[in-house]
Design a protein around this ligand. Structure first.
Ligand SMILES: [Zn+2]
Length: 423
C-alpha cells in the first residue's frame, strides 16, 4: 500500500520535472519591427530566440486570414522582410506573429505597428544657381522643396556642402566649391533631397566650370629655420630632414584635420557678409593651391599644397577682418601659428595665420575692417607675413574671388537675393 503510493508520487514527480524542463526553459521569442514612422517599400521584422524559432507569420491592415508564413527551421535569429511595395501610399498596419521551436508548448509573440507608406520622391526645384565658376573657386545654389519635411545636402564627389534653410524648411541656399584637386570632368555638384520615408530626389547643378592651372614653387629650407621652428612648434631641439618632415607632414595633417572638424561642425548661420571681402594690404607672395617642392641642401625632401594666399606688408602690421562675422577660433595651431578663423555665415570662413598677436576671442562678433591682431611669423613662416585662406564648408577656395565686388554680386549674392525674396 505504502509502496504503491510512493511509486505514484515518484512517477508524478518525474512527469512534473519533465514538463518543467520542456516548458520553462523556453522563453518567448523577441521581435523588433522597423522603428520609423515613414517607410518607402518594406518593413523588417527581426526575430530572435535563444533556443530556436518556429514559424513567423505576418498580415497587413488587420487581415489575419490573409497572413503569409515562413518556417525558420529552428534558426536563433531571422529577419523577415515585409514587402509593402504593392500597397497604395498611406497609413498601413503591419502585424507579425512569431513562434519559438518548442515542439509541445510553442511560445507565441504578436506585435503590430503602424506606418505611413510613401513611395514618391520629394518634389524639389532648382530655382537658381551660379552659371559659371572656375576650378578652385566658389558658386551658389538656391533650391526649393515645397512639400514635406526633407533633408537636403549638396555633394561634390566625397565632399559635402551644407545648406542654410528658411524657418519652414522649404527654401535652401548653399555656397559650394569646385575643389582644386577635382578634375573638371569629375565635377558633378549634386543636390540630394531625402524625405522622411527615405525617398531621394537628385538634382544635378548645371554650373559650368572652367579649368585652370595652379602655380608651382620651389622652397630652399635653411637649417636654422628647422632648428628654430622645432623649438617653437614641437617644443624640442630638432634638426635635419626628420624634424622638418614631422612639422611639414605630421603636424600639417593634424592641423588640417582640426580645421576640417571645426568648420564642418560649425553652427549654421545665414550669410553675415556685406559687400566685397577686404584684402589686407601687402604684396602677394604665394597663390592659392600652389604646389610646393621643399629642398634641403639642394635635395628634394617633401611636396605639399599651399591652401590660401600669402600677403607680406609691414612687419607686425594690423590685420583686419575681411568681412562681418563671428570669430570661431583664435589660438596657436601648429604650422599656422597664432591663427584666427571667422565664420561669415552661409558656411563661408576666412583664416588669418602666423599672427604675432591676437586681439579677438571665439564668440566675438567682428565687422569688416576690424582689427584682429598683428602679422608675424609664428608657425611655418620664415618671415613676417599674413597667410589668408577662404573656406567654403571645409574646402579651401580661391580667396581673390571674394575680393571682387562684381564676382561676389553675380556669382553669390544674386543667388542669395533670390533665396531671400522667393515667396
Ligand atoms: Zn601661406
Amino acid at each position: 500500500m505504502n509502496k504503491t503510493l510512493l511509486l505514484i508520487l515518484f512517477a508524478a514527480l518525474i512527469v512534473g520535472a519533465a514538463f518543467l524542463a520542456i516548458s520553462r526553459d523556453w522563453q518567448a521569442p523577441m521581435v523588433k519591427l522597423t522603428d520609423a514612422a515613414y517607410v518607402n517599400h518594406s518593413v523588417i521584422a527581426a526575430a530572435t530566440d535563444n533556443r530556436g524559432l518556429g514559424e513567423i507569420c505576418y498580415y497587413l491592415d488587420g487581415e489575419i486570414d490573409g497572413q503569409s508564413c515562413v518556417n525558420t527551421a529552428g534558426a536563433t535569429s531571422y529577419e523577415l522582410t515585409v514587402d509593402l511595395s504593392e500597397l497604395v501610399d498611406g497609413a498601413h498596419e503591419v502585424c507579425v506573429v512569431v513562434e519559438d521551436a518548442n515542439p509541445y508548448f510553442p511560445n507565441r509573440v504578436n506585435q503590430c505597428q503602424s506606418y505611413v507608406l510613401d513611395k514618391v520622391a520629394p518634389k524639389a526645384v532648382l530655382e537658381s544657381a551660379t552659371r559659371y565658376m572656375q576650378r578652385g573657386g566658389g558658386a551658389a545654389v538656391f533650391v526649393s522643396t515645397p512639400e514635406r519635411e526633407t533633408n537636403i545636402r549638396l555633394t561634390v564627389g566625397d565632399h559635402q556642402f551644407r545648406f542654410v534653410s528658411n524657418e519652414e524648411g522649404t527654401r535652401h541656399f548653399a555656397v559650394f566649391a569646385h575643389p582644386h584637386d577635382v578634375e573638371v570632368a569629375d565635377f558633378k555638384p549634386m543636390v540630394e533631397i531625402e524625405d522622411l520615408a527615405g525617398n531621394i530626389r537628385r538634382l544635378l547643378i548645371g554650373t559650368v566650370t572652367k579649368d585652370r592651372t595652379f602655380s608651382k614653387d620651389i622652397l630652399n629650407i635653411p637649417h636654422a629655420f628647422i632648428e628654430k621652428k622645432s623649438l617653437e612648434m614641437l617644443n624640442k631641439e630638432g634638426a635635419g630632414k626628420e624634424a622638418f618632415l614631422e612639422m611639414n607632414r605630421t603636424t600639417r595633417i593634424e592641423n588640417r584635420a582640426k580645421i576640417k572638424t571645426l568648420l564642418s561642425s560649425a553652427q549654421s548661420r545665414e550669410p553675415l557678409w556685406n559687400g566685397a571681402f577686404y584684402r589686407n594690404l601687402g604684396a602677394p607672395k604665394a597663390q592659392h593651391a600652389e604646389h610646393r617642392t621643399y629642398l634641403l641642401d639642394k635635395v628634394e625632401i617633401d611636396q605639399q599644397t599651399h591652401y590660401g594666399i600669402d600677403i607680406a606688408g609691414l612687419a607686425k602690421m594690423p590685420i583686419k577682418a575681411a568681412n562681418d562675422g563671428v570669430v570661431i577660433f583664435a589660438e596657436y595651431l601648429g604650422i599656422y601659428g597664432n591663427c584666427v578663423i571667422i565664420d561669415h555665415g552661409g558656411h563661408v570662413y576666412t583664416m588669418y595665420a602666423h599672427l604675432s598677436q591676437m586681439d579677438v576671442s571665439p564668440g566675438q562678433t567682428v565687422s569688416n575692417g576690424q582689427d584682429l591682431g598683428r602679422s608675424g611669423n609664428t608657425g611655418m613662416a620664415g618671415g613676417d607675413h599674413l597667410h589668408y585662406a577662404t573656406y567654403i564648408n571645409d574646402i579651401p577656395v580661391e580667396p581673390s574671388e571674394w575680393f571682387d565686388p562684381a564676382w561676389l554680386q553675380t556669382r553669390i549674392d544674386d543667388i542669395y537675393k533670390d533665396f531671400k525674396s522667393a515667396e
